[in-house]
Ligand binder design. Structure first.
Ligand SMILES: Cc1ncc(C[n+]2csc(CCOP(=O)(O)OP(=O)(O)O)c2C)c(N)n1
Ligand SMILES: [Mg+2]
Length: 338
């Protein structure tokens, strides 16, 4: 069982991601900004739990759907939001934006919007950790779409051949090609393999499939595999199966489930409407809140206080990001080369 301090830290981190992403969607509708955004709603249990298990010297690679990973690692929400809005005070001076948000000081080697690219970069980082020999590992997060890319196969083969300390975290939020089409939804990958885990398994990589909305299941599998990696039993692959948040089914995220109502934690009957099934079965924030509440590890008033604290943090981040200027036109070529 996860100890209570760690459980509450994971829950607060998930709630922070949720409130942050709700704000991202709101700002997108109300403030003029460039580019697309991919939010982490529905996948919070994965990022928040894994980050809680990492050491400071571990290295991380992430994707276009990175906001949750960056926040769960403890990065400043104001600078993260400024980056998403393309502002000068963002972590990457506004040049990375939502899909390129990265924080070197927090161990993110890179964030790449090239689908599957982080798998290739991840094995390089893992090799560096192996040479250092201090038990550090690399975690590379990628979507189910990453496995369609040639680099994914090549990199996993090398990781297995060289026993590299890399945790390959495949966040599978796809509805599946056939069911997706039937429901007029967008599937993010089309694989010939019956399950995604068949691919790393064929290379002899330790492989697990986990219910990605369950902190308990993510924690159980990830803590065991990370322990194995640190002791040299490497590499490892986890398929985190989540049920795509209904707001991410269309190309542009929409807050179709509304601002998350935490009453659903202590009063399940209050969850009604078109998306009640997703909230009751697949919403990781409501689900973990219910677990902790039923176990008596957090009270209603403690959840309310936690939510107020998180909302204050996100409100301060919003003010900081909106007060930050756009990068100057003169700086347009800084950092580019030809
Ligand atoms: C190499 C490459 N091919 C295509 C794209 C266009 N693209 C952007 S997101 C995306 C789907 C990604 O699916 P997945 O990796 O499962 O991530 P999800 O958005 O579902 O979390 C694609 C194909 C890209 N960014 N990079
Ligand atoms: Mg996907």
């Amino acid at each position: 069982m996860i100890d209570s301090a760690q459980a509450l830290a994971i829950f607060e981190s998930m709630l922070l991601i949720r409130r942050f992403e709700e704000t991202v969607i709101d700002l997108w509708a109300t403030v003029e900004t460039e580019g697309h955004r991919h939010v982490y709603i529905g996948q919070e249990a994965v990022g928040a739990t894994i980050m809680e298990l990492l050491r400071e010297d571990d290295l991380i690679l992430t994707t276009h759907r990175n906001h949750g990973h960056v926040l769960a690692r403890g990065a400043d929400p104001g600078r993260a939001l400024a980056e998403i809005l393309g502002r000068a005070d963002g972590f990457n001076k506004g040049r990375g934006g939502s899909a390129g948000l990265t924080v070197r000081a927090a161990g993110f080697l890179a964030t790449t919007g090239q689908v599957g690219g982080g798998i290739g970069l991840g094995i390089g980082a893992a090799q560096a950790q192996k040479i250092r020999g201090r038990g550090g590992i690399c975690v590379t997060f990628f979507g189910d779409g990453g496995l369609e890319e040639g680099i994914g196969f090549e990199a996993m083969n090398i990781a297995a051949l060289y026993s590299q300390p890399v945790l390959l975290v495949c966040e599978n939020n796809s509805v599946g090609v056939t069911t997706g089409r039937a429901q007029n939804e967008w599937s993010s990958s089309s694989m010939a393999a019956e399950t995604l885990g068949d691919i790393p398994r064929a290379l002899g990589i330790a492989t697990e499939v986990v219910a990605g909305e369950s902190v308990t299941d993510v924690h159980e599998a990830a803590s065991r595999l990370i322990g194995d990696l640190r002791e040299g039993r490497a590499p490892a692959f986890i398929e985190m199966r989540t049920r795509r948040w209904p707001g991410s089914r269309s190309f542009n995220p929409q807050l179709v489930t509304g601002v998350t109502d935490l009453d659903g934690v202590w009063d399940p009957a209050s969850v009604t409407g078109e998306h009640a099934d997703w909230i009751n079965r697949y919403d990781p924030v409501i689900g973990y809140g219910r677990d902790l509440f039923r176990q008596g590890r957090i009270s209603r008033s403690e959840i309310v206080a936690m939510n107020e604290r998180v909302c204050r943090t996100v409100e301060a981040a919003r003010e900081f990001a909106l007060a930050s200027p756009l990068p100057s036109a003169e700086s347009g070529l800084t950092g580019t080369f030809a």
